[in-house]
Design a protein around this ligand. Structure first.
Ligand code: C5P
Length: 326
C-alpha cells in the first residue's frame, strides 16, 4: 500500500518535471514552433515569401520590420527626420558638412531619383539574391542558383569574373560607398550607401568634374556606371536597420546587413549567399587569401556574431533562404 502510494507520487513528480521542461522549451523556441506548425498546416500558394505571408508570420519579425520604411532617397522624398540626420552626421563626423538640402537638389538634377522598386502588390513575385563577400562561397557552385533570381545584389569590392561557378555572373544592383567603389558593367544599378554628406558630393563629382579625390582616404575620381540607374540609400533607413535589426550592436550595421534589410523591403523572396566569418571569426573574402583580414568579430565597428544571429533568425522564421556555402 505504502509502496503503491510512493509509485504514484513518483509518477506525479515525473509528470511535473516533464511539463516544466516542455513549457520552457516552448517558451524558448516560440517562433520556431509557431513557424513549424504553420508550415505543417498552411497551403503554399506560391514560392514567394510575401505571397505566403500567412505562413511566415512571426512576432519576432513583426517587432522589427516597419513595412512603410523606404530604403531609397527620391526626388520627392529626401528630407530626413532630425534624429536620423544627427545620428548619421555622427557616423563619420565631418568638420564642415555641406548643406544637405542643396546637395540633394543638385543630386537629383543629375540622377533620376524615382522609386521604381516600390511596386509591391499581391501578384508581384520578385526573387532577389543578396550576395555577401564571404569566403564560404569558394567551391559552393551557387552560380546558377544566384543567377536565377530576378535581382542580384552585390556589394563593395565583389568580383564575378573568374568566380562565375560559385557566385554567378549576373548583377542588377551593386552597393558601395566612395572608399569601396569600383566601375560597374552596363545595366547595373549603382546604389550609394552614404556615411556622410561628402559621400553624396563625391557621387555627383564622380559623374561630372571629378574634383573630389579624397575623403578620409584617396577615392576614385571618376566612376563608370549607368547614370540613369543610380540610387542613394536613405540615411533614415540606415538608422532604422541599426536601431531595429542590429539593436545598437556594433557602431553601425555592416554593408551586408544593410543590403539584406533593403531586400526585405523591395523583394518578395530573399535568397542570401556569402555570409559567414571563417573559423577564426574573420570576414574573409572569396576572391582573396585574407584568412586573417577584416577581423570585425571582436572590433566595435560591426558586431559580426550578432548580425549572424539575426540572419539565422530571419531564416528560421522563413523570411529569407540562407545558403551557407562551404
Ligand atoms: O567585406 P565586405 O564588407 O565587403 O563584405 C560585404 C558583407 O558581407 C559584409 O558587410 C558582411 O555583412 C558580409 N560578410 C560576411 N562574412 C564574410 C565576409 C563578408 O558575412 N566572411
Amino acid at each position: 500500500m505504502f509502496a503503491h502510494r510512493l509509485q504514484k507520487q513518483q509518477w506525479f513528480f515525473y509528470l511535473l518535471v516533464f511539463t516544466v521542461l516542455l513549457l520552457s522549451v516552448a517558451f524558448t523556441y516560440t517562433d520556431k514552433i509557431e513557424f513549424a506548425l504553420k508550415k505543417l498546416f498552411a497551403v503554399r500558394k506560391c514560392k514567394c515569401n510575401r505571397c505566403v505571408s500567412e505562413l511566415n508570420e512571426s512576432a519576432w519579425f513583426d517587432k522589427r520590420y516597419i513595412p512603410t520604411m523606404y530604403p531609397i532617397l527620391t526626388k520627392n522624398s529626401f528630407t530626413l527626420p532630425e534624429a536620423s540626420y544627427k545620428w548619421w552626421q555622427r557616423l563619420q563626423s565631418e568638420r564642415k558638412p555641406s548643406n544637405y538640402s542643396s546637395i540633394m537638389e543638385e543630386l537629383f538634377k543629375l540622377f533620376p531619383g524615382d522609386d521604381k522598386l516600390m511596386d509591391q502588390g499581391p501578384n508581384r513575385c520578385r526573387t532577389c539574391a543578396v550576395i555577401g563577400n564571404s569566403g564560404n562561397l569558394k567551391g559552393s557552385n551557387y552560380g546558377p542558383s544566384i543567377d536565377s533570381n530576378n535581382l542580384v545584389m552585390r556589394m563593395n569590392r565583389a568580383q564575378t569574373t573568374g568566380y562565375e561557378a560559385d557566385v554567378g555572373s549576373k548583377t542588377t544592383h551593386h552597393f558601395m560607398y566612395p572608399e569601396s567603389a569600383q566601375n560597374l558593367a552596363e545595366n547595373v544599378s549603382l546604389v550609394l550607401i552614404p556615411f556622410k554628406v561628402l559621400d553624396i558630393k563625391w557621387l555627383i563629382s564622380a559623374f561630372t568634374a571629378g574634383n573630389i579625390t579624397r575623403t578620409y582616404i584617396p577615392v576614385m575620381r571618376h566612376i563608370k556606371a549607368d547614370k540613369d540607374k543610380v540610387l542613394v540609400y536613405s540615411p533614415h533607413f540606415f538608422k532604422y536597420v541599426y536601431d531595429n535589426w542590429n539593436e545598437h550592436h556594433g557602431r553601425y550595421s555592416s554593408t551586408g546587413m544593410l543590403v539584406i534589410v533593403f531586400a526585405l523591403h523591395v523583394c518578395d523572396e530573399v535568397n542570401v549567399y556569402g555570409f559567414g566569418a571563417n573559423s577564426l571569426g574573420h570576414w574573409h573574402h572569396y576572391w582573396e587569401k585574407n584568412a586573417g583580414g577584416g577581423a570585425f568579430r571582436k572590433t566595435g565597428v560591426h558586431d559580426g556574431d550578432f548580425e549572424a544571429n539575426v540572419t539565422k533568425m530571419l531564416a528560421d522564421v522563413g523570411k529569407i533562404n540562407l545558403f551557407k556555402g562551404t
